[in-house]
Write a protein that binds this ligand. Structure first.
Ligand code: ASP
Length: 288
């Protein structure tokens, strides 16, 4: 049985001088996930490993390098889901943890599917997740102006046992209302996975993505549509209400899809059938 993994670094505009950092970051994260899958590890482990790398990289608006909300605080969201038992673990408006995806992972097989705020951080502490000072997630000034209009990170993986998983991690939006929750911890909106149909993760205008339940829309279309066609029609849905987004899809057969109506959408993917990973900053760069 073969494995496959696809991830993205957010639907947004990438400054030309940041394109390389996005490519390098995506490829590093892909390698972390690939290593897990090539060693017959699980899709859940691969997704967590890949997203941890993206969270540690200030290029991306997740974990270290997250946006500051209206009160100047970092509040993050993350989720992980596996597609055989439909287990979901999510955290919302969590502060002071280094890897929100690992907190979500600790919740994955528990009854609750989403913990928010202080309760989420307490759960992180009780489950040996890495805590940090609230301010430690803000990188010291690099002299560059961070642009955090959009950019949740996401990953979908298929392991050699045929199991699938999806994860998202979001650092919030610059100046967002304190306590705001976007689409990324909402199953059926920012993500979903079903081993028999496929997995999908979105980034973009969270409220619009949630209003149109984009991930659910993609999965409903997928039995009769290619991953790219399913993504395209979901993007039309969100564009109709003024939203911009990007999404990645992986099928149980290992087929990839990725589409965006944001200007850029850095993506990397690889499967056991590919000698080298593929990595692009947007569709134009991919030549289609
Ligand atoms: N969807 C995320 C949110 O609304 C942001 C993003 O993906 O750009 O929180």
């Amino acid at each position: 049985m073969s494995w496959a993994i696809i991830l993205h670094g957010g639907a947004k505009e990438i400054d030309p001088e940041d394109v390389d950092a996005h490519r390098v970051g995506c490829l590093r994260a892909l390698e972390a996930g690939r290593r897990v899958l090539a060693g017959d590890g699980s899709a859940v482990d691969a997704v967590e490993a890949a997203i941890r790398v993206l969270e540690a990289d200030p290029t991306f608006n997740a974990g270290f390098g997250s946006a500051l909300n209206a009160d100047g605080a970092v509040e993050m969201c993350a989720s992980i889901m596996e597609g055989s038992g439909f287990n979901v673990g999510g955290v919302a408006v969590i502060r002071g943890v280094q890897h929100p995806i690992s907190v979500a992972r600790a919740l994955l097989f528990k009854e609750e599917i989403l913990l928010a705020g202080d309760g989420a951080r307490r759960f992180a502490a009780e489950n040996d997740c890495e805590l940090c000072h609230f301010a430690a997630l803000v990188p010291r000034s690099t002299g560059r102006k961070p642009v955090h209009l959009h950019d949740t990170v996401g990953c979908v993986a298929l392991d050699s046992a045929g199991r699938m998983a999806v994860g998202t991690s979001a650092g919030g939006l610059d100046g967002a209302a304190t306590g705001r929750v976007g689409d990324s911890p909402m199953p059926g909106c920012g993500f979903y996975v079903d081993d028999t149909v496929g997995g999908v993760a979105f980034s973009g205008d969270g409220e619009q993505i949630a209003r149109r339940m984009l991930a659910a829309g993609v999965l409903h279309r997928m039995p009769n549509a290619s991953p790219d066609a399913a993504l395209q029609s979901a993007l039309h849905d969100v564009a109709r209400i003024g939203g911009s987004a990007g999404g990645i899809v992986l099928t149980p057969a290992g087929a990839f899809g990725w589409q965006h109506n944001s200007r850029d959408f850095a993506v990397a993917y690889q499967s056991s059938r590919m000698a080298e990973p593929a990595c692009f900053a947007n569709k134009a760069q991919a030549g289609h």
